[in-house]
Design a binder for this molecule. Structure first.
Ligand code: ADE
Ligand code: ZN
Length: 326
C-alpha cells in the first residue's frame, strides 16, 4: 500500500537492533540441525506459538533461551547477513547493531568466534547489498561489573570492529552506576557510549539521571520516560542527546507503542528515532513496520520524515559520511 511504499522509500538508519533478537524461527531450526541440538519444536509455527511475554523479564527468558543454537562463527555470520538482507529490503542504508557477547561467552562460545562471524557478515553486506553497518557491544547488566570489565578487555584486540558499547538486559536492581568504571574505561579507549533506559522500569527517572550525569552517554536507548521530568528534558536538549525508541517492542513489553510519546518528543525538539529492537520476537516487525505502526497511531508523514532524518543525525557516523545517505 501507499504508506508502506512511502516508508520503504525513506532512507533510514537503524540504531537499536539486537542481532540475537533477529533470530527467526526458520534459522533457529536450521542452526539447531547444523549443531546437532534437539529443540522441543519441529516447525517455525510451533516456535512462534510458544513465544509468550508481557514484560521485559518474561521476554528476556525466551531471548536468551533461543540463542543456545548459535555455536560457530558461521552461525553468527548467517544471523547477521539475514538481518542485513531484511533491513536493506526495508530501506535501511546504515545500521549500528548491538550484540551481547556475554550471552555467548557465558555458555562457552569464545568471544572471537562471535565477533569474527558478525564482522564478516557486515563486510559482505556492504559488498553484496550496499548497506553499511557497525557493531555496538552490549554488556548484560544482570551480570557483574567485573565480568563486564573482563569482556571489555577481551574486546580491545577487536577495537577497530566495534564502534561503541551499550548496556542491556534486566534493569531491575542493575542501575547505570553499577557500570560507571567500565564505561569510564570504554570512553578512555575511544568507544561511543549508550545505555538502555527501558520503558516504565523501576526508578526510570533516577536511571535517566545517572546515564546523563554520571555515565555521560552519547545516546539513550528507549528513554521515553524522559517526558516525565522537565529537568531531564532540559539536560537532554542541552547536550543534543538522541533516543532510540522501539514502538513495536514497547507494544509487546509495556502497555503500548508509546507513539504519542514519540510525537511529544518531536514537539519538544528532542531527537527520537524508530527502531525494531528484537524483531524476530516481536511478530517479525522490522524497522519499516515500526514507521507504519506509529503512522497508524497518528503520526504525520512529516513526522516520519523527521524521525528518519534524526536516525542519520544521531548515528555515530563521521560528518563526512552522514549526508551521503540522504
Ligand atoms: N536485550 C534485548 N532486547 C532488550 C531490550 N529491549 N531491553 C533490554 N535488554 C534487551
Ligand atoms: Zn533493546
Amino acid at each position: 500500500n501507499e504508506l508502506a511504499a512511502f516508508v520503504q522509500g525513506l532512507p533510514k538508519a537503524e540504531l537499536h537492533l539486537h542481532i540475537e533478537g533477529t533470530l527467526e524461527p526458520e534459522l533457529k531450526l536450521e542452526l539447531a540441525r547444523r549443531n546437532g541440538i534437539s529443540l522441543p519444536y519441529s516447525t517455525p509455527e510451533e516456535i512462534r506459538a510458544a513465544y509468550s511475554f508481557h514484560d521485559l523479564t518474561s521476554f528476556l527468558v525466551g531471548y536468551y533461551d533461543g540463542m543456545n543454537v548459535m555455536r560457530g562463527e558461521e552461525d553468527f555470520y548467517d544471523l547477521a547477513l539475514a538481518y542485513l538482507r531484511k533491513a536493506s529490503s526495508q530501506g535501511v542504508r546504515y545500521a549500528e547493531i548491538f550484540f551481547d557477547p556475554q550471552a555467548h561467552t557465558s555458555r562457552g562460545v569464545p568471544f572471537p568466534v562471535v565477533v569474527r562471524g558478525l564482522r564478516r557478515a557486515l563486510v559482505d553486506g556492504r559488498r553484496l547489498l550496499g548497506i553499511r553497518a557497525e557493531l555496538i557491544m552490549c554488556f548484560l547488566r544482570d551480570f557483574s561489573a567485573e565480568y563486564a570489565m573482563a569482556t571489555l578487555m577481551e574486546a580491545l584486540p577487536f577495537k577497530d570492529w566495534i564502534l561503541g558499547v551499550g548496556l542491556d538486559s534486566d534493569e531491575r536492581d542493575n542501575p547505570p552506576v553499577k557500570f560507571a568504571a567500565v564505561f569510564a574505561r570504554a570512553r578512555a579507549e575511544g568507544f561511543f557510549l549508550t545505555m538502555h533506559c527501558d520503558v516504565d522500569q523501576q526508578d526510570t527517572a533516577e536511571n535517566l539521571r545517572q546515564v546523563l550525569e554520571v555515565i555521560g552517554v552519547d545516546r539513550i536507548d528507549h528513554g521515553v520516560n524522559v517526558l516525565e521530568s522537565p529537568a531531564l528534558v532540559s539536560a537532554v536538549l542541552e547536550r543534543g542527546i538522541g533516543f532510540t525508541v522501539c514502538p513495536v517492542s514497547n507494544g509487546f513489553v509495556t502497555d503500548g507503542l508509546k507513539a504519542l510519546e514519540v510525537k511529544r518528543m518531536l514537539e519538544l525538539g528532542l531527537k527520537p528515532t524508530l527502531n525494531s529492537d528484537d524483531p524476530a520476537y516481536f511478530a517479525g516487525k522490522y524497522v519499516a513496520d515500526n514507521f507504519v505502526a506509529v503512522a497508524e497511531a497518528g503520526l504525520s508523514r512529516s513526522e516520519l520524515v523527521q524521525l528518519a532524518r534524526n536516525s542519520f543525525e544521531i548515528a555515530w557516523l563521521p560528518d563526512s559520511a552522514r549526508h551521503t545517505f540522504v
